[in-house]
Design a protein around this ligand. Structure first.
Ligand SMILES: [Zn+2]
Ligand SMILES: [Zn+2]
Length: 114
């Protein structure tokens, strides 16, 4: 990754504009390469002896933590939506999980129960 790209990426992270990275040609090209490498399969499903086509290409080390690895194919893994969610859930700290639970309680409407 060149210096210019790296700086641009760091700025996007600061501005909360990572979507722009996911729209850029360099990411899209690398994403295609990762999908090809992983035979269009969710690698976690594969590990479980199942087949599911790729829905998300995930950064093992998250872009916001390691922008230098954003374009490193060895930092990418192809996953289905379910496994992608699972992986991201795992990253949440216990505090964040508690917060999530609290929020679901807040949205709970007892009148809907019968
Ligand atoms: Zn999967
Ligand atoms: Zn991800």
């Amino acid at each position: 990754m060149d210096e210019k790209f790296y700086r641009w990426l760091v700025q996007l992270i600061r501005d909360g504009q990572l979507k722009k990275f996911y729209d850029c040609a360099r990411w899209r090209k690398l994403r295609r390469e990762a999908i090809k490498r992983d035979n269009n399969e969710c690698q976690m499903c594969k590990h479980l002896g199942r087949y599911h086509r790729v829905e998300n290409v995930h950064h093992i080390k998250e872009v916001k933590d390691r922008p230098d690895l954003a374009l490193d194919i060895n930092n990418l893994i192809c996953l289905c939506v379910d496994h992608h969610n699972e992986v991201h859930d795992r990253y949440l700290s216990i505090e964040e999980k508690k917060q999530k639970k609290l929020e679901s309680f807040k949205n709970f409407d007892p009148r809907e129960r019968w």
